[in-house]
Structures are given as C-alpha cells and as structure tokens.
Design a protein around this ligand. Structure first.
Ligand code: AMP
Ligand code: MG
Length: 329
C-alpha cells in the first residue's frame, strides 16, 4: 500500500515536470520601438525567466547603442564629435573609434560609395517632413563629403575632421552592429536558436530547431510580395531599400541612401539584400552596393568570400551574385 502511494506520488511529480517542460520550452518573441525602428528578438528557451532576461538584455543593449550613435540625440557621443571635431580632436570611446574605423574600411572597400561623411549633405534631408536641399545647397556642401577627412588617432583615441562643414552618421552600419551585439548577448545567455532584427538588418543564431530560418526579401514596390526566400543558419542578412524612408515629389523618389558623389538619392536600384557571416558587414555592404549599382556592386560581392547578394534594379529586374547561381559546367 505504501509502495503504491510512493509510486503514485512519483508519477504525479514526474507528470508535473513533464507538463512544465511542455508548457515552457517554447519560442519567445518580443518587439520594441528602439533606434527609430522595430527591434525584434526571437529565441527558443526551456525557461521563461531565462527568455525574459535575455530579451531584456538585448533591448538594453539597443538603447545603449542608440545613446552612443544617434545623431538625433544632442548628447550622444557622435553628436559631440559632429559639434567639435572640426575645431579640435575629440576623445571618444574605444567602441566608437572601432566603429568609425569600420566605416572608413567600408569606404575603402566600396571605393567611396559608402561614406559616413555623406551626412554633410544627408543632414539637410528630412524624409518624414518631405524636406530636401536644393541644387545650390548640395553643390555648396559636396566638397565636405570625403571619408578621408575623418582622421582617427587610435593612440590618443581621438577623432578630428580635416575641414569645417563635415558631418558623420553611422546609420549605414549601426543597426547591423546592434543586431550582431544582440545575438552575442543571446549566445552569452546560453541561447542556441534565436534571431535579432532591427528593421532591415537581422542576424540568426543557430537554426530554427531542425530547419533553417527562412527570411523573405520583399518586393520593393509591394510589401505583400516576396521576390526571394533565403534559408539561413548562423548568418546575417541586411536589406537596403528605397522604400524604407522616402517621399515623392513630381514623380521623383527622394530616399535615405545618398550618393556621396552627387548628394542625391542613389537611383540605380530599388533594393539590395546581402547575406554573410557578420551583420555589421552585411549592413555596410547593402548600403554600399545600393549606391554602386548592379554591375559594380555584384563585382564587389563576388570578390568577397562568404557574402552573397540579391538586387532588385530600377526596372524591377532581379540580379544575384555568383554564389546563388547554379555552378557553371
Ligand atoms: P541602410 O538602410 O542600412 O542602407 O542604411 C541607410 C542609412 O545609411 C541612411 O539612413 C543613412 O543614415 C546612411 N547612409 C545613407 N547614404 C549613405 C552612404 N552613401 N554611405 C554611408 N551611409 C549612408
Ligand atoms: Mg546598411
């Protein structure tokens, strides 16, 4: 009798354990408006507290990066640089120094298509309010656009601008960097399957438990349609599109990706999607290829190991890098 009782207790206990495993081992998702975009975190965990803690840490990191890099926040580190670096060297954090160096590296790689000093003219656009500079204003400020005006001194940890009028903005790599950091946090919390995305930039951790993550590339002119679906495992994906922030005037689309040569929105393509092993890189490359256009852009991607591209050009035509094409016989 006593034995049966013990057995029954044991079975009830085991049943409870099983029940809690069934109800708590699950996908957890969260969305927050941070960095002027939607931050989405998805993860698999067998414990809701671990999941909640991991999500909270990711969101805190996003706020921290925003405080560092937002040009809309007058007290951010980057705003201080923009205010003072033409006058005298500005001492900055090792993190910002590193990101500026990566921005400059991306300029070299893209032969100047990516240029954080695009902001010298970029700051004159307000896509929400439909404001843009006129030809005279653009021509007056174009000489202030050149990444070589950004001088870094790693030993002193300072940045200075070689001439007045220079402004910088890390918007072309900041979100990729943020999601890369976010996934690093998930990994540090013991998560093995997850995703962090910030608008057009995502990084996946592991697979989706037995299957790859599938990320759709939307049709740039119809948000309900996709032009491609890409399977991803432990990879980053970034899309730059002319539909993200724009306004139209007299049939012309003014959008947020600016050619450093003309000071106008780059017009050769509608969207560029890059996949690769690192989100800061895929983010910078998607912006770069957008400015470079199909031919030069694909040439750049084909010259890099581990990165692939899907481009929708200005006519709606799809192009892809070598790695997506069937092998040549
Ligand atoms: P993405 O959506 O990643 O292509 O980033 C677009 C953002 O990059 C814009 O909102 C700007 O902050 C910034 N940006 C625009 N044009 C350039 C450029 N030519 N080089 C570097 N960053 C740029
Ligand atoms: Mg980008």
């Amino acid at each position: 009798m006593e034995g049966a009782m013990v057995l029954r207790r044991f079975l009830m206990f085991a049943g409870c354990l099983l029940w809690s495993a069934v109800v708590t081992a699950d996908w957890y998702t969260d969305e927050q408006a941070i960095m002027g975009t939607v931050i989405r975190t998805e993860l698999w965990s067998d414990d809701p507290l671990t999941a909640a803690e991991a999500i909270m840490l990711v969101n805190e990191e996003m706020h921290r990066i925003d405080r560092l890099m937002s040009t809309y926040k007058p007290d951010s580190e980057i705003s201080r640089v923009n205010r003072d670096a033409a006058e005298n060297p500005v001492r900055i954090s090792a993190e910002l120094l590193d990101l500026l160096a990566r921005g400059i590296e991306m300029s070299r790689l893209s032969h100047g298509a990516f240029d954080i000093t695009y902001a010298s003219v970029g700051q004159m656009y307000d896509f929400r309010a439909g404001v843009r500079p006129d030809e005279k204003q653009i021509n007056a400020i174009l000489p202030a656009i050149d990444y070589r005006f950004v001088e870094l001194d790693p030993a002193e940890r300072t940045v200075s601008f070689a001439r007045p009028g220079v402004r910088i903005d890390l918007g072309g790599i900041a979100k990729g960097y943020a999601v890369e950091r976010g996934v690093g946090i998930l990994r540090g919390q013991g998560i093995e399957h997850g995703l962090v995305s910030a608008g057009g930039d995502s990084r996946v951790l592991g697979d989706r438990r037995g299957a790859p993550w599938i990320v759709g590339v939307r049709d740039p002119r119809n948000s309900d349609w996709v032009v491609a679906r890409l399977p991803l495992i432990d990879e980053a994906i970034s899309t730059s599109g002319d539909y993200e922030r724009f306004f139209e005037e007299d049939g012309v689309r003014y959008h947020h990706i600016i050619s450093p040569v003309t000071g106008h929105s780059a017009g050769e393509v509608r969207s560029v999607t890059i996949i690769g092993p690192n989100a800061t890189m895929t983010d910078g490359l998607s912006t770069s290829v957008f400015v470079m256009g199909v031919q030069d852009g694909l040439q750049l991607i084909d010259s890099l190991d581990d990165f692939e591209a899907v481009i929708v050009d200005k006519h709606g035509q799809l192009h892809q890098s070598d790695g997506f094409l069937p092998p040549k016989k």
